[in-house]
Design a protein around this ligand. Structure first.
Ligand code: ATP
Ligand code: MG
Length: 200
């Protein structure tokens, strides 16, 4: 095992935007394992209502089952309480005994890293891959990263991925309004949402 990549998120629900990014990163960096880590209760989404962890884990498992390089980890959910990336990276490193850990974030989330717990230390522990997302310009992102203090520019690799204008919030809203979510996420996840009446 040489390289592992972590993909953290709320995954409420997981959609093709997440999956395309993960697959693109896996191939471009020759990564052997991409671990999807549904967050227990993201510190930045405290006020919002979030679906129960077991639903988000089940949906993430359904969505990743057909890719042999993809795995789902429940470490953040089992840890309980607030989930911090630094604790997760530390735990993964000790479980898999590897040095090189990549961490995927969308271009929207990467600028928030500096506000995360022990950001400086975290930047020394893994390399961030900032994937483009519609509405985020890579050149602007590079300029912004350069202007920030510390190591963030050196430890962040911007990556162009096929832009999919899909978000979990939009999917939740569509379900609430009775609009179609077909082709925005894998079919088994769509079925799961229907059967369990999530987001209604
Ligand atoms: P919400 O709308 O509820 O915020 P989301 O679609 O942003 O959900 P998250 O679970 O918050 O999904 O995202 C997890 C990670 O995936 C984040 O780093 C986010 O930037 C990234 N991401 C989500 N959707 C896309 C997309 N369409 N393209 C690229 N990256 C994405
Ligand atoms: Mg988001």
């Amino acid at each position: 095992m040489k390289q592992i990549c972590l993909m953290g998120g709320t995954f409420d629900p997981i959609h093709y935007g997440h999956l395309v990014v993960a697959e693109e990163v896996r191939q471009k960096f020759g990564i052997q394992k991409v671990i999807f880590i549904p967050a227990a209760r993201p510190p930045h989404k405290m006020g919002q209502e979030i679906s129960e962890p077991h639903h988000r884990v089940n949906m993430t498992r359904l969505a990743t089952a057909s890719n042999r390089y993809f795995e789902v980890s429940t470490i953040e959910i089992e840890r309980q309480g607030l989930s911090y990336t630094i604790d997760t990276v530390q735990e993964i490193k000790s479980i898999y005994k590897i040095e090189t850990v990549y961490f995927i974030t969308g271009a929207d989330a990467v600028l928030e890293i500096l506000t995360w717990k022990e950001a400086e230390k975290l930047l020394n522990m893994c390399t961030f891959i900032a994937a483009t997302r519609p509405g985020y310009n890579l050149n602007n992102l590079k300029e912004t990263l350069k202007s920030l203090p510390g190591e963030i520019f050196k430890k962040t690799l911007p990556l162009e991925v096929p832009a999919l204008s899909i978000s979990s919030s939009d999917i939740r809203q569509r379900v609430r309004e009775g609009r179609s979510i077909k082709y925005l996420l894998p079919e088994p996840v769509e079925q799961y949402i229907k059967e369990n009446k999530i987001y209604l």
